[in-house]
Design a protein around this ligand. Structure first.
Ligand code: FES
Length: 153
């Protein structure tokens, strides 16, 4: 963790980048108290300064999440084109509510605002990859494929 922090000059303007990096390198995709305390110490801030800033941004999580983060778009264009059905399919397929992680720790289901690909609505993002023109059938295929790939790795 220290090595990651030392990539940045110890200045508050790098706080968000540091928090992003720390969350990305955590296999459970969240900011632990230890990580935030390390940033605070490195930047000469208090832990509550760092937590207060991080809690302002929805992209940071403070609880462990799955190996894969699914973000289903909840903005109006996707809603109009079936995102509600897609979200219901994901909840049924994964046996989780929005905000929850599957029992095996593989997937966390979240919502997001517009992903910038309204032309292929309804859309979702899994980790760094965007999926558009979603149908319940495609959800089956995508999730089953990811599970197979996880098992093989
Ligand atoms: S509204 Fe869903 S991608 Fe833009």
């Amino acid at each position: 963790m220290q090595r990651l922090l030392e990539r940045y000059p110890p200045a508050r303007e790098h706080l968000l980048e540091m928090l992003h990096d720390l969350q990305d390198q955590n296999p459970q995709h969240y900011l632990s108290d230890d990580a935030m305390a390390a940033v605070a110490s490195y930047l000469g801030l208090t832990l509550s300064d760092v937590k207060g800033t991080a809690s302002f941004y929805s992209m940071f999580s403070f609880a462990p999440r799955g190996r894969h983060i699914i973000r289903i778009c909840a903005s109006p264009p996707c809603q109009l084109l079936g995102a509600t059905t897609i979200q219901a399919k994901l909840r049924e397929k994964l046996h989780v509510a929005v905000g929850e992680t599957t029992a095996d720790g593989a997937f966390t289901l979240e919502t997001t605002s517009c992903l910038g690909v309204c032309g292929v609505a309804p859309a979702m993002m899994i980790d760094d990859e965007v999926y558009g023109n979603l149908t319940p059938e495609r959800i089956e295929v995508i999730i089953d494929k990811m599970r197979r790939e996880d098992e093989a790795s």
